[in-house]
Design a protein around this ligand. Structure first.
Ligand code: BGC
Length: 737
């Protein structure tokens, strides 16, 4: 399946028009198209006006003042020789003004329709302000929660990330790029950026080719096939060659193997940074390396502008390369309909923060929250039985941090905190007593702990809202420790002494290590940074107006030392077993070297994560039974159906994300112990059951072998259906040659 943006004859005509235009361009104008410069906060300096007139700028990023953008487009269309409009780029990552949950939170919804809707709302709002290109989705596989950019990712799994990445592309681009609500999407950061060593941003990524193809490249290939308009090169050094100059990646894989013919833009300064990496000697060398790799447009730095002439004269690059690149950029401008109308009417902005957008953001936040613990069904709180709640924590009444990282355009004044959300829902029927306990998440001043304990003692239940500030995740914001910052753990443990049901709401841009606070809690709702409508969404969930239904898109470690920890790991020659791991504190003194398990685990953490991938509770009580396959043996090329009964044995109607995992027991390249191959969201009333089925073909079992060929191999497979990657209901099947 792919989004058919244009039919063949439209493509041909656009390509002809672009080529014709290239034929009329001077070298200066061609290089201009390949240059993306940043805006100047609603101003157009004279030098920029001159450059626009001279055709020296192809794209502007980070300017969202509509009159300014219309004026820039006017200069291009009326005062430049060839009247070529501008691409206007912006990081519209999880909403424009209406902020949706951070992408990692959206991924926890496992709901492609919702993700598509979120991107569509973002596109509509951004387009109304003159933006026609977003730098999203970020589909870097992220298996290291120390990495700040995990917040922007869709998690650890290639299949989930591919499905949701496509949904985002669809939401941004719609079915027709030439529609006023569509903007071009950008698959980033190609590729391997998420594997930054030690989770430190911009760090080296060392990924064997087989792992690259089977894990990191999968989502990129999926969105390339699907019709994403553009790609962005990654900052990182990938196996010794910076991605921006990596011909294996950019030429062999992207252009030759996948046939991608859209625009590739560099990341910010990533061309000139190749010299800092130690890959090129100077800006001219960097520009040449980027051209040789096929980077069509340079973001921010200006090595193309200053060096391509000379590189051409010296025969270091070829004019055909430049022509092809300029053609691709022009084609995108034609597809977006910019030649016909690059202007946006100011009245379009009326749709910003439209009630429908806010409602969609609220539903997204509801579906993104993951219920990690709910001892004795302490949640949902009863509206009729609860007289008062103590609302405690530095994020309980915060309308800024709730939006999360990568928010350039959203404003705190439009977002609703948990406190306001609860007060609006409860309308005085349940008293909300509020005490932040700590001024910020980083505070070390414990002087308000007593006040927090006092309101906890005098209330029926305690809701604590803790976590990270938004700056603690995102670009360049990695952490070496990923626990609750400041004295939040101390605050939680102090408030627990009041002996009241303690419900923890965590807002964060990554999985946090919660080992030291979990015992003090009765329930934990993981809300990520939920966006503009986070407060009302959380209020609804706490009081049972909706049931939590999010599932973890990434494994939660107990301790930082377990990282990288992900469900689809290899078996090793010595897989651990429950009961087979010795705890460091239980080991005998003067223990002999070989007595302690001899399997793959940590003496101080075992081998299990805190919470597995795919995990999430709800107010329903979902049970899985009667797994069956349509065939126990199939031939290569056949399809097979898997099904199981899902029963809601609980007392609440709820949604459940039913997951299908496969294991290929023997492979010419060893295979992960489980791989997600399908998921479906279902809704079940209490005591109701539904039979859920998935169909796979043997193509869906394929992986890249050591010759980098995509192969499905005969042999024995296992299949699980369940509510997380820890699913226990399984069957066996065999694939014959
Ligand atoms: C980031 C990109 C982003 C670009 C433009 C870079 O620093 O890595 O993800 O799209 O800036 O703002």
């Amino acid at each position: 399946m792919n989004i058919s943006i244009l039919n063949e004859s439209q493509c041909q005509s656009i390509s002809d028009q672009a080529k014709k235009l290239v034929g009329e361009m001077t070298l200066v104008e061609k290089i201009g198209q390949m240059s993306q410069v940043f805006g100047h906060n609603a101003k157009i300096p004279n030098s920029m006006r001159e450059d626009l007139r001279a055709g020296k700028i192809g794209s502007v990023l980070n300017e969202v003042d509509l009159p300014t953008l219309n004026e820039m487009q006017r200069i291009c269309m009326e005062e430049s020789r060839l009247k070529i409009p501008l691409l206007i780029g912006r990081d519209v990552i999880h909403g424009f003004k209406t902020i949706f949950p951070i992408p990692l939170g959206q991924a926890a919804s496992w709901d492609p329709d919702m993700v598509e809707k979120g991107a569509h709302v973002a596109a509509k709002e951004a387009a109304s302000k003159g933006v026609n290109w977003t730098f999203a989705p970020m589909i870097d596989i992220s298996r290291d929660p120390r990495w700040g950019r995990i917040a922007e990712s869709l998690g650890e799994d290639p299949f989930l990330c591919s499905q949701l990445g496509k949904a985002m592309v669809k939401g941004f681009q719609g079915n027709d790029l030439n529609h006023k609500n569509s903007i071009a999407a950008c698959a980033k950061h190609f590729a391997g950026y998420g594997a930054a060593e030690a989770g430190k941003d911009y760090n080296t990524a060392l990924i064997p080719e087989n792992e690259m193809r089977n894990v990191y490249l999968r989502p990129f290939q999926a969105v390339a096939d699907f019709g994403v308009a553009t790609f962005m090169s990654a900052f990182c050094d990938l196996n010794g060659v910076p991605a921006t100059g990596n011909q294996w990646l950019m030429k062999q894989i992207l252009r030759q193997e996948w046939g991608f013919d859209g625009v590739v833009v560099s990341d910010w300064d990533s061309i000139v940074e190749m010299t800092v990496h130690g890959f090129t000697e100077d800006d001219a060398g960097a520009a040449r390396a980027a051209i040789q790799a096929g980077i069509d447009m340079e973001m921010a730095s200006q090595s193309y502008r200053y060096h391509l002439h000379e590189l051409l004269q010296r025969g270091k690059i070829d004019i055909d390369q430049i022509n092809t690149m300029v053609s691709r950029i022009l084609e995108l401008k034609f597809e977006l309909g910019l030649f016909e109308n690059p202007f946006v009417d100011e009245s379009e902005a009326a749709i910003i923060l439209h009630p429908d957008h806010l409602e969609a953001a609220k539903q997204a936040a509801i579906k993104s929250c993951v219920l990690l613990k709910n001892e004795n069904n302490v949640l949902p709180l009863s509206l009729s039985k609860t007289k008062s709640i103590a609302l405690i924590g530095p994020l309980a009444d915060d309308d800024y941090e709730i939006m999360g990282t990568w928010v350039f355009d959203g404003e705190a004044q439009h977002s609703i905190s948990c406190k306001t959300g609860l007060e609006n829902l409860l309308e005085g029927e349940v008293e909300v007593k509020y005490e932040p306990g700590l001024e910020t998440v980083r505070s070390t001043d414990e002087s308000r702990f007593d006040a927090a304990i006092a309101i906890a003692q005098s209330s029926d239940a305690v809701v604590m809202v803790v976590g990270e500030e938004s700056f603690m995740s995102g670009e360049a914001h990695s952490r070496a420790e990923i626990d609750l910052p400041g004295r939040q753990a101390q605050l939680i443990n102090a408030v627990a002494s009041a002996g009241k049901p303690l419900i923890l709401v965590v807002m964060a841009g990554r999985p946090l290590t919660l080992e030291n606070v979990l015992p003090a809690t009765d329930a934990v709702l993981y809300a990520w940074h939920p966006g503009t409508m986070g407060g009302p969404a959380i209020a609804d969930l706490l009081f049972g107006e909706s049931s939590p239904s999010g599932k973890l898109p990434v494994t939660f470690p107990k301790k930082v030392g377990q990282i990288p920890i992900y469900y689809a790991h290899k078996n090793t020659g010595r897989p651990p077993q429950d009961g087979g791991c010795v705890n460091i504190n239980d080991a005998p003194v003067r223990a002999p070297q070989t007595s302690l398990g001899m399997t793959s685990f940590h003496l101080d953490a075992g081998f299990r994560p805190q919470f597995p991938f795919g995990f999430g509770l709800s107010y329903g009580d979902f049970r899985y039974e009667n797994i069956a396959t349509s065939h126990s043996v199939i031939n290569m090329g056949d399809e097979i159906q898997f099904s199981a009964d899902v029963l809601n044995a609980g007392a609440h109607e709820a949604e459940e994300v039913v997951q299908l995992y496969i294991r290929d027991l023997v492979g010419s390249v060893t295979r992960p112990i489980k791989e997600l191959k399908g998921f479906k969201r279902i809704k079940l009333k209490p005591k109701c059951r539904e039979r859920v089925s998935f169909i796979l073909s043997t193509d869906d079992l394929a992986f890249y072998d050591h010759q980098s060929k995509l192969v499905s191999e005969p042999g024995l497979y296992h299949a699980w259906i369940g509510g997380s990657s820890d699913a226990s209901l399984w069957m066996e099947f065999r694939v014959n040659e």
